[in-house]
Ligand binder design. Structure first.
Ligand code: SAH
Length: 463
């Protein structure tokens, strides 16, 4: 270990910053965030820096660095591009045992600045000891995405209850487990959701049952939209819950690269859903969610796209609500948004479409009926989900109710994945085209003038 990581308290303590440019400005922001009493010294000081320091009761001194400035300071940062000044500052500080940091020059430093993820009071510092700053930044940004913005609230929440729990649970090991349950369980999730009142109540209940030595059930369900296929389209929240789950119920639309991002030691249960070939009946899926949650598990219901768009998410949480099981719903990018974006087809456009309709092409009892006169308007984009099997009927019925035969349309196959293909034609001819091309589900069918924009706006080629 080349450095010992420490956290330095600077509240109301005098710090010296040498330099007046944009790097000094960045350092000043950090020092002030930590509450330092700041003195900035440079022959010329950037006005933004000066304004910042003035606004925070600091001082600016337009002068060269002099050794006398070191009296009484607890930390010195040198952010000048003058090598001689930097060397002199470092030497003077070392001679007086004052911690010194020279920006971008680890050899001259006695302390180095880590990259930080600030979820105060929780603080994460990452450092490569100055040897690979880019790597450090990459790690930092990965942590940023993994640790929710509200994590600081969780740390504050925990500190509010620290003493109370310490008094209530004397045994150290029991207390540790109690805390783990809170931070990593439903109570912690409530805080992250912004529902502290509910969390407080649950914590009090948990404390009471702990005192009575009662076993309690902490199961919960996450209904998570996994987007249309490209794993990069997952939300941060989806990813976080995917990594917490103990049991995962997933269907066919969820792609393998996405499943690979779920916690590896979770139990995976395939619940099917190829069109019309339901591996597990919907009622059984609903019940499975309830059963696993009642066993105290964290259950992930992973669904393609968005759970509330043709996803039957509403039915699944209905049974959970009836059984008083805590759940969360995480929206995902629905196939229409994902496919449209990756195919370069804006769903609305000032010149072509003022509205968009999402419609199911699923045949009810083997038949489709599109009688709604609204569907014929030229300035409305229509998006059919589950429309491959009934493609011919969809086109014929739309033409029958009056939509123009030459309305442009696109069938997007396996959208947003590497296998994406876009089949273009018009309402009268798309079926014949698709029939000749060995198209594989899932496909999304987009109809309307906006499809013309594909040639100009496409950027993602897929296969
Ligand atoms: N909840 C999902 C939709 C489920 S219904 C969502 O919000 O996207 C299943 C239908 O979604 C499929 O029949 C297909 O029409 C569409 N779909 C889902 N993923 C798709 C993809 N990657 N490419 C094309 N269509 C897709």
């Amino acid at each position: 270990m080349d450095y010992l990581p420490l956290f330095f308290t600077l509240k109301k303590r005098p710090c010296l910053l040498i330099g007046g440019g944009s790097i000094a400005l960045r350092k000043a922001r950090l020092l002030l965030r930590a509450g330092a009493e700041l003195l900035v010294v440079a022959p010329e000081i950037n006005p933004e820096l000066k304004a910042l320091v003035d606004a925070n009761n600091g001082k600016c001194l337009n002068s060269e660095y002099q050794v006398q400035l070191l009296s009484d300071v607890v930390l010195v940062i040198s952010a000048t591009d003058d090598e001689d000044v930097n060397k002199k500052v470092a030497g003077d500080c070392k001679a007086r045992n004052i911690p010194v940091n020279v920006v971008d020059n680890p050899e001259l430093c006695t302390v180095i600045m880590p990259a930080i993820v600030d979820r105060s009071p929780l603080m994460i510092a990452v450092s490569s000891g100055g040897s690979a700053p880019v790597l450090t930044r990459v790690v930092r940004s990965k942590l940023e995405t993994l640790i929710p913005g509200r994590f600081g609230n969780l740390a504050k929440f925990a500190s509010r209850f620290r003493n109370k729990i310490k008094t209530a649970i004397r045994d150290g090991e029991l207390r540790r487990r109690f805390w783990e349950d809170i931070i990593d369980g439903a109570i912690g999730e409530s805080v992250l959701k912004g529902n502290e009142q509910q969390a407080e109540l649950a914590l009090e209940n948990k404390l009471t049952s702990q005192k009575k030595n009662k076993q309690e059930i902490n199961g919960e369900v996450y209904l998570v939209g996994a987007g249309p296929g490209d794993p990069d389209l997952l939300t941060f929240k989806a990813l976080r819950l995917m990594q917490r789950a103990e049991v995962v119920l997933y269907d066919r639309l969820v792609s393998q690269p996405i499943l690979d991002m779920v916690r590896r030691d979770a139990e995976f249960i395939y619940v099917g859903k190829r069109r019309a070939e339901h591996a597990v009946d919907q009622r059984d899926i609903n019940q499975l969610l309830v059963d696993h949650a009642l066993q105290g598990k964290r259950v992930l219901r992973l669904k393609g796209g968005d759970p509330f768009i043709f996803g039957r998410g509403g039915e699944e949480i209905d049974l959970l609500a009836q059984n008083h099981i805590p759940f969360q719903v995480v929206p995902g990018i629905t196939a229409a948004s994902g496919c449209a974006a990756y195919a370069g087809i804006p769903l609305t456009h000032r010149d072509y479409a003022q509205s968009v309709r999402f419609i199911t092409g699923h045949l009810k009892e083997g038949a489709l009926s599109l009688s709604d006169q609204d569907l014929v308007h030229d300035n409305q984009t229509l998006v059919f989900y589950m429309g491959l099997v009934a493609l011919k009927e969809i086109c014929e019925q739309l033409i029958a109710i009056g939509r123009a035969k030459d309305t442009p349309c696109a069938l997007i196959e396996q959208g947003t994945t590497e296998k994406q293909r876009v089949h273009l034609s018009d309402l009268a001819n798309i079926y014949t085209l698709v029939e000749s091309r060995n198209v594989k589900a899932p496909t999304l069918f987009i109809i309307g003038g906006v499809v013309k924009l594909h040639e100009k706006l496409q950027w993602f080629k897929g296969q």
